[in-house]
Design a protein around this ligand. Structure first.
Ligand code: SGN
Ligand code: CA
Length: 547
C-alpha cells in the first residue's frame, strides 16, 4: 500500500476546488442527511443533557432547534459492533459483527448502499473502525482501526495517507470541503461525519488542554463505589479509574515521572497485558516538535506538581487526582468536536441547506465518567447502555421536542430510509422513529433487547444479554459465571442494588423474564448462537496468542 504524507487536506479530495462555489440549494424534494457520530461521547458531557461538566453550545443547537432523546440506547455497547448495527439496522447476532475483533461482512445491505442506489450522493468521513473499504459510499476517508489524535493516517479509497494536524480538525475540514466542493448540487446527499474523539487516550487539541487543565470538575456520587449489592460482573471488571487506567497514556505522566516515583505500570486481565509505557509512546510519541513543546509546556508542570504531592497522597487522593486528570482531557477533546459541529451547522445555514437537511448527533455508545469508579463502556448499566441522540429537521420536528421512548441505534437505518422514501429491506430489525419524533404518534415499543460478547478481553466485562423497559432492567451474565441482575430505575437510578432475589419484586421478575424470552425469539437470538460466537471468539483469541 502506498503511503503519502501531506500537510493539507486540499490535495486529498479528487476534484476539490474545481466545482467552484456551489452554494445554491440542492433538489428540494428529498432531504439530505448529515449523520454525526462521536466515539465514546457520554450524554453526561453534552450540556443539552446536563451542564455540570461542559458547555456544548453547538451540539445543543440540535436539541433547541429539534429534538433530544432522553432514553436512546444501543444494542451492544462497543465501537465496531455499534457501527455495524447503525449501518445494517440488524442486531449484532444477525449482522455477525458481535465484537471489535470479528470481521464485518460489507456485502450485506446497509442504508448508504440503498441510498446510493436510489440517487443519493454518499460520503463517509472519519472513524468507522471496520476492516475493508467501506461499501455504499461515493467518497470515503476513514481512520484505519482506532486511528490517532495527532498526525493521523487515513485510508482514502484504500490508499494510506498521513496528514499533519489534529484528528477532529482534519475530519471537520474534510467534511466542509466535501460539502463545499465535492457535493453534486443536483443530488440529495447522505454524509457520515464521524469523529474519533473523545476515545481513549483523550488527547485534546493544544488550544483546549490549556483551558481544561485549569478546571476542577464535580465528582459523581458513585466515584468510590465498592460494588457491593451487585454480582461478580461489576466486581471483576477492569475499568476502575484508580486501578486500571494507564499512568502514562491516560493520566499523562512521563515514563520518567513513573520511574522516579516508583509507580509500576498498570497490568490488566488474566493475560497480564500492560501497555502503560507504550501508551505514552504511541500518543505523545507521535507529536511533531512544535506539538510536543506545547504539550510539555502544559503537562510538564502537572507532572512536577504531582511529584511533590504523590508521597503524601492516600488512595482516595489518588482516585480524586486521576478522576480530575481524566475529565480535563476527556472534556477537552469534546470541546474540539463541538467547534467542528458548529462549523458544519454554520455552513448548512450559509449554503441554504439547513431547512432540508436532517442533522443527527449521536455516539457509538455512552461512557462512564467516574460513575461506579469507572471509565469505558460495555455494560448494560445506564451510562454505557444509553447514548446521546439529538436530531434536527425543521420541516418535521418542532424545536424543543423531548422524547423519552426507548429508541435504539438499531432504528437509525430504517429511520433514515423512511425519511428518504426508500423501502427498508425485510431483514432490517429496527423501527423508523420518524412519526414518533414528529409528534404524529406516541405508539412505540415498551422494551428493548441488549447483547454483549467481548470477553475475556480488555476491561474484562463478562458476556451478558438483557431486557430493559422504561422502569426495569433484567440482565443475565454468562459463560464463566451464571448470574442474574435486576434493577428498578425508579427507586434506584444509579443501579446500586440488585433486586433479582427480592421477593417483593417476584411479579416484576416474571414479567421481565417473559419479555426477555419473547424478544430473543422475535429478533432470532438464542443460547445456541451465544455458544457459536463464544467458540469462534476463543478460537480467534487462541490463534492470536499463538502468533
Ligand atoms: C482500546 C482501549 C480500550 C477500549 C477499546 C475498545 N484501550 O483497546 O480502553 O475499551 O479500545 O474501544 S487503549 O489504551 O488502547 O485506548 S472501542 O471504542 O474501539 O470499542
Ligand atoms: Ca466507542
Amino acid at each position: 500500500m502506498k503511503k503519502t504524507f501531506v500537510k493539507s487536506i486540499a490535495f486529498l479530495i479528487p476534484g476539490a476546488g474545481m466545482l467552484g462555489c456551489s452554494s445554491e440549494p440542492v433538489e428540494t424534494k428529498r432531504p439530505n442527511i448529515v449523520f454525526i457520530m462521536a466515539d465514546d461521547h457520554a450524554y453526561q458531557a453534552i450540556s443539552a443533557y446536563s451542564d455540570e461538566l461542559i458547555q456544548t453550545p453547538n451540539i445543543d443547537r440540535l436539541a433547541n432547534e429539534g429534538a433530544i432523546f432522553t432514553r436512546a440506547t444501543v444494542t451492544n455497547s462497543i465501537c465496531a459492533p455499534s457501527r455495524a448495527v447503525m449501518l445494517t439496522g440488524k442486531h449484532s447476532f444477525i449482522n455477525g459483527k458481535v465484537d471489535n475483533h470479528m470481521p464485518f461482512d460489507w456485502e450485506q445491505p446497509n442504508f448508504p448502499k440503498l441510498m446510493q442506489a436510489n440517487g443519493y450522493q454518499t460520503a463517509m468521513i472519519g472513524k468507522i473502525h471496520m476492516d475493508g473499504i467501506p461499501q455504499g459510499f461515493d467518497f470515503s476517508m476513514v481512520l484505519p482501526g482506532q486511528g490517532h489524535y495527532f498526525n493521523p493516517d487515513f485510508l482514502i479509497e484504500g490508499e494510506r495517507i498521513q496528514i499533519e494536524g489534529y484528528v477532529s480538525d482534519i475530519i471537520t475540514e474534510t467534511t466542509l470541503d466535501w460539502l463545499k466542493n465535492k457535493r453534486d448540487p443536483d443530488k440529495p446527499f447522505a454524509l457520515l461525519y464521524h469523529h474519533k474523539a473523545p476515545h481513549r487516550e483523550w488527547e485534546p487539541a493544544e488550544r483546549h488542554y490549556r483551558e481544561f487543565t485549569q478546571r476542577t470538575f464535580r465528582e459523581p456520587a458513585t466515584l468510590f463505589d465498592d460494588y457491593e449489592g451487585r454480582g461478580n460482573a461489576a466486581k471483576t471488571a477492569e475499568m476502575n479509574i484508580l486501578k486500571h487506567m494507564n499512568w502514562a497514556g491516560d493520566s499523562k505522566l512521563y515514563p520518567e515521572t513513573m520511574e522516579e516515583l516508583g509507580i509500576e505500570p498498570t497490568v490488566l486481565n488474566p493475560f497480564n497485558e500492560s501497555w502503560d509505557l507504550q501508551a505514552f509512546e504511541r500518543t505523545i510519541g507521535r507529536y511533531n516538535e512544535e506539538q510536543k513543546a506545547a504539550w510539555d509546556e502544559v503537562y510538564g508542570p502537572i507532572n512536577e506538581e504531582f511529584k511533590k504531592q504523590y508521597p503524601s497522597m492516600s488512595e482516595e487522593d489518588l482516585m480524586r487526582w486521576r478522576f480530575q486528570r481524566y475529565m480535563q482531557d476527556y472534556l477537552g477533546t469534546i470541546a474540539g468536536i463541538d467547534e467542528g459541529v458548529g462549523q458544519v451547522l454554520d455552513y448548512l445555514d450559509e449554503a441554504g441547506l439547513a431547512e432540508n437537511t436532517i442533522v443527527v448527533y449521536t455516539s457509538d455508545q455512552g461512557f462512564y465518567l467516574g460513575e461506579h469508579g469507572w471509565f469505558d463502556k460495555r455494560f448494560m448499566y445506564e451510562e454505557s447502555f444509553r447514548t446521546p441522540l439529538l436530531i434536527r429537521y425543521p420541516k418535521e420536528i418542532k424545536p424543543g421536542t423531548e422524547i423519552d421512548k426507548l429508541v435504539q441505534n438499531l432504528d437509525f437505518a430504517p429511520t433514515f430510509l423512511d425519511y428518504t422514501g426508500i423501502e427498508a429491506p425485510e431483514e432490517m430489525q429496527g423501527e423508523s422513529f420518524r412519526k414518533l419524533v414528529a409528534g404524529k404518534t406516541d405508539q412505540w415499543r415498551d422494551a428493548v433487547y441488549y447483547t454483549y460478547y467481548e470477553y475475556p478481553s480488555v476491561h474484562m466485562v463478562k458476556r451478558h444479554y438483557g431486557v430493559a423497559t422504561e422502569r426495569y432492567k433484567l440482565i443475565h451474565f454468562y459463560y464463566d459465571i451464571d448470574e442474574w441482575e435486576m434493577y428498578d430505575l425508579e427507586t434506584d437510578p444509579m443501579e446500586m442494588s440488585n433486586i433479582y432475589h427480592d421477593t417483593a419484586y417476584a411479579d416484576v421478575q416474571k414479567m421481565l423474564h417473559e419479555k426477555l424470552d419473547s424478544l430473543r425469539e422475535y429478533y432470532g437470538d438464542s443460547d445456541e448462537l451465544n455458544q457459536k460466537f463464544l467458540k469462534s471468539y476463543l478460537e480467534h483469541q487462541a490463534r492470536r496468542r499463538d502468533r
